[in-house]
Design a protein around this ligand. Structure first.
Ligand SMILES: [Zn+2]
Length: 99
């Protein structure tokens, strides 16, 4: 089961649909943007869905990660690609479904 969350009303949805098929659908309650969240979604993928970074930035960060043994969020902060608060928010979305 995959977990999706509306960024506008925070409603959670559970679906067996693949993340990419739901990517462009909107919330049934408020019409807001729905993104795939949960522990099996990589932090970089959550940041991409949030529009916080682009694919090029993520690729650069992943390249750096091969050399620097840091978490992807830490690297993006050091690259000044994102604010630490965005990483915290993305980590929170990644924890969704664990509570
Ligand atoms: Zn909504």
């Amino acid at each position: 089961m995959n977990i999706f969350k509306c960024l506008d009303c925070a409603q959670k949805f559970y679906s067996s649909a693949e993340a990419r098929t739901l990517k462009n659908s909107s919330c049934q309650l408020c019409g807001g943007k729905i993104i795939a969240v949960g522990p099996h979604i990589k932090l970089g993928a959550i940041l991409l869905q949030l529009g916080a970074i682009d694919q090029d930035t993520l690729d650069t960060a992943l390249n750096r990660q091969e050399h620097e043994k840091l978490r992807i969020g830490e690297i993006l902060i050091r690259m000044k690609a994102v604010e630490p608060s965005i990483i915290d928010y993305a980590l929170e979305l990644q924890r969704a479904g664990r509570e």
